[in-house]
Design a protein around this ligand. Sequence first.
Ligand SMILES: C[S@@+](CC[C@H](N)C(=O)[O-])C[C@H]1O[C@@H](n2cnc3c(N)ncnc32)[C@H](O)[C@@H]1O
Length: 281
Amino acid sequence: MTSLTDRTRAMFSIEIDLGDHFESATTRVLHEGHAVKVYERSSPRSLLADSIRFMIAERVMQLEVRFRGATYLWLPGAYQLTLDAFRFLACLEQENLSVTSALDAGCGCGVIGVGLAHLAAPRRLQLLDVNMEVLANAEANTAQIGDETAVELRHAEFSPSALEERFDVIVSNPPYFPSGAIAVPAGRVTMTDEFNLTEALIRGFEARTNLLYFTFSEVLGTEIREAVDAAGFSDYFEVVDSWEAPIPRSIVSDLLEDRFDVILGNQDELRHRVSVGRLRQ
Ligand SMILES: C[S@@+](CC[C@H](N)C(=O)[O-])C[C@H]1O[C@@H](n2cnc3c(N)ncnc32)[C@H](O)[C@@H]1O
C-alpha cells in the first residue's frame, strides 16, 4: 500500500477504507509498515473505534482514509479527521456543483477542499487555515488533484473584511463549539475562538460568495439560526443534510452537556445532530 508522504513510519499508522455509502470501515493498524491489527465495522458511527482513539493523540504518525476513490492523509497537528468530514463530502456530491473557484475555510488537513476538487474540478481552489502547521498536511493531500485545478494554500484567519476575493463556493467544516465548551486534547486544538469561524462565514456571505456550505451542531442550532437572521440572510438559508454523531462525554463541558442526548446504554458517550447549512442566493 503506498503512502502519500515519504515520512518514515517509525511508529503506528492507521489506514481506513471507508465504504462509499458509510456501510463499512475496514481499519488496518500498522507498525513500521506491518499490519498488527485489522478489523471491519459495519455502519461505523465514528471514524476511529474507541480502542484506537488514544493512539491518535499519543503515538500515531499518520492516518490515511480512502473514500470514493480518493485518499486523505491526516498528520498529527491537524484537527482530528472525522466521519463528519466524509458525510459532508457525500452531501456536497448530491449538490452537483458546477463552480470555477472554491474556498475551503478552516481546511485542516484539506479533506473538504480536496474532496470538492474531485467532485467539481474548479479552476481555482484556495485552502485556508489560521493554523500554519496544518497547511503542509493539506498540501500533501493536494498532490492528487488534477492539473485543471490551481491550488493556493493560505495561512490566515478567515475574515470577510480581510479577504478581498470572491469565490463561486465557500465550503467549511468549522469547529462546532465555542471556546471552553469542548476540551479538545492537545495537538488538535484550534488556535482561535472556536465559534468565530462560523460567525465570520455567515457574515461574509454575499460579500465573498453567493453559495456557502458549512457544517454545524444542532446543539447550537438556535445560535446559528440567530446569526443567520442577524446577518439578514434567513431567506437564503436551508439545512440540506443532517446526521447523528457520537461525542465522548469526557470532552463536553457542564455548560453544554444538557443540550446533548445521552446514548442509551453508554454513559460515556453523548450524541448530537450535525447538519449541513447552505446559504444560496
Ligand atoms: C474542525 S477543524 C476541521 C478541519 C477540516 N476542515 C476537516 O474537515 O477535517 C476546523 C479548522 O478550522 C481552523 N480554523 C478555526 N477558526 C478559524 C478561522 N477563524 N480562520 C481560519 N481557520 C480557522 C482550525 O485551525 C481547524 O483546522
